[in-house]
Design a protein around this ligand. Structure first.
Ligand SMILES: [Ca+2]
Ligand SMILES: [Ca+2]
Ligand SMILES: [Ca+2]
Length: 457
């Protein structure tokens, strides 16, 4: 039998990675500064993307409904704000009302509501993100105990405000303004999340009246904004290959051999992020590292499907993980609903995940993978003890040249043997010194054989 001498390079994706592209732009309300106005056939224009009680879903009542809004040149910024005021028709007092959805009007104001009309794009605002809070600017002159109010509801499907059942609601942010507010004032409120569902729409209602509105109350609104507090990371981790002792890694690849573009745009990471630098920003940079955030109840449940963000950054010789400027912390514009688990990927070391949730203190999410045993999920099955003397040091296992999540003979045969003697930024350069020779195999790969990536698939 003839045996082929060709080494078959198997690229199996043991630690499977999703190819999802994450969009980091933050969704904001449309025409949130009320600068754009449109004539919708009424004698008063409406702010574009917003509507009120004369364009409700009840064509019969629309003709009788009073005007309760006006374009105002009394603006917090730009040229205009929206002025809402309570007005009466016959014996009914209608509250000044503005929504990005549609008004459902009723002869009894108590039966009125605003709603996301999913049947018509004119009356709904698709929205899939999870802001932390709402901010806007307002002035208010109340009459007889009236309150001005802004509510924002993130929801799926059809939803309305108010709604006793709160059907399809995911989160509510609400600001009540009970007092005279004669100068432009900034108001804010957090979104209170009821569940971890992903929104499909956002519904706002702005009002110049409370549950029982009185004629004469008038309010001005401008510059609505949604606030997203990013997850800022303070991470520490070490890699076996370049580990040089005394809590430091070598920086032999720096600067000439480290590429200026993030190298994780290939199998198995398939990370298409645009991270690149004009030059390696810091003499302490060891190599590029890919940081992945997962949102799950437990470490076991933190599979690839729970990924909420990925970014490439730099690992420094003291174990710090930093952004593209070489010193600042990495931030992710995401919101964590359950628990945050952080995964680190390196091109020829086994990926690692935090064994426990990464918690926030004063806005900072801190995790040190290295300073005690079992900070790395799965322990020594997928990592290495770098220092045995107290207090010890633990890090990422080197030798996975084909990045399939297992350190075995194929990493030697295909990615080390074939390139022995070569220089460069090579997968088989397991000690990251820019030269591929015996120490890569003997000092790093050999002792790590059999270790497997413990990051949940
Ligand atoms: Ca404005
Ligand atoms: Ca391997
Ligand atoms: Ca080497």
């Amino acid at each position: 039998m003839r045996i082929s001498a060709i080494n078959k390079i198997l690229i199996t994706v043991a630690c499977s990675l999703s190819a999802i592209t994450f969009v980091f732009s933050q969704q904001q309300p449309e025409n949130a500064g009320f600068e754009l106005w449109e004539n919708v056939g009424l004698s008063v224009p409406e702010p574009t993307e917003w509507s009120s009680i004369k364009t409700s879903d009840n064509g019969t009542l629309n003709g009788f409904a009073p005007y309760v809004w006006a374009q105002s040149t009394n603006a917090h910024s730009g040229s205009y704000s929206v002025n809402l005021y309570n007005a009466s028709v016959l014996t009914i007092v209608a509250a000044g009302t503005l929504t990005n959805g549609q008004v459902h009007s009723d002869l009894n104001p108590n039966n009125g509501y605003v709603f996301t009309n999913i049947a018509n794009a004119q009356w709904n605002t698709p929205f899939t993100q999870k802001p932390d809070s709402i901010v806007f600017w307002a002035k208010f002159t109340p009459v007889s105990g009236d309150i001005a109010q802004v509510k924002a509801v993130l929801h799926t499907g059809t939803a309305k405000i108010p709604d006793v059942a709160q059907s399809n609601w995911i989160a509510l942010a609400q600001v009540d303004i009970p007092n005279l507010t004669s100068v432009w004032t900034r108001f804010s409120a957090p979104f209170n999340y009821f569940n971890s569902n992903t929104p499909q729409y956002i519904l706002f209602v702005l009002s110049s009246g409370g549950t029982v509105a009185h004629v004469g109350s008038t309010a001005y609104f401008d510059d609505l904004e949604l606030i997203y507090n990013p997850v800022e990371l303070d991470l520490t981790a070490f890699m076996h290959g370049p580990y040089a002792g005394n809590g430091l890694m070598s920086t032999s690849l720096n600067p000439d051999l480290i590429p200026l573009n993030q190298p994780y745009n290939t199998i198995p990471w398939n990370y298409g992020g645009p991270e690149s630098v004009p030059f390696i920003p810091n003499a302490q940079v060891v190599d590029w590292i890919l940081v992945e955030l997962r949102d799950a109840a437990t470490a076991e449940a933190a599979t690839a499907a729970t990924t909420i963000g990925r970014q490439a950054g730099f690992l420094l010789n003291d174990g710090s993980v930093v952004g593209l400027d070489g010193s600042g912390r990495m931030t992710f514009p995401v919101m964590v609903n359950q628990n945050l688990f952080v995964v680190l990927w390196h091109r020829n070391h086994l990926g690692i995940m935090s064994a426990s949730p990464v918690t926030e203190v004063a806005g900072l999410h801190t995790y040190n993978f290295s300073n005690t045993a079992n900070k790395i999920y799965g322990g020594l099955n997928g990592s290495v003890q770098l220092e045995t003397d107290f207090p010890g040091l633990w890090g990422m296992a080197g030798g996975d040249g084909n990045a399939d999540g297992t350190i075995d003979l194929s990493d030697k045969n295909s990615f080390w043997s074939l390139f022995v003697g070569k220089d460069g930024y090579l997968s088989g350069d397991y000690n990251l010194n820019g030269q591929l020779n015996n120490p890569d195999k003997n000092d790093i790969w050999l002792g790590n054989q059999g270790k497997q990536c413990q990051v949940p698939e």
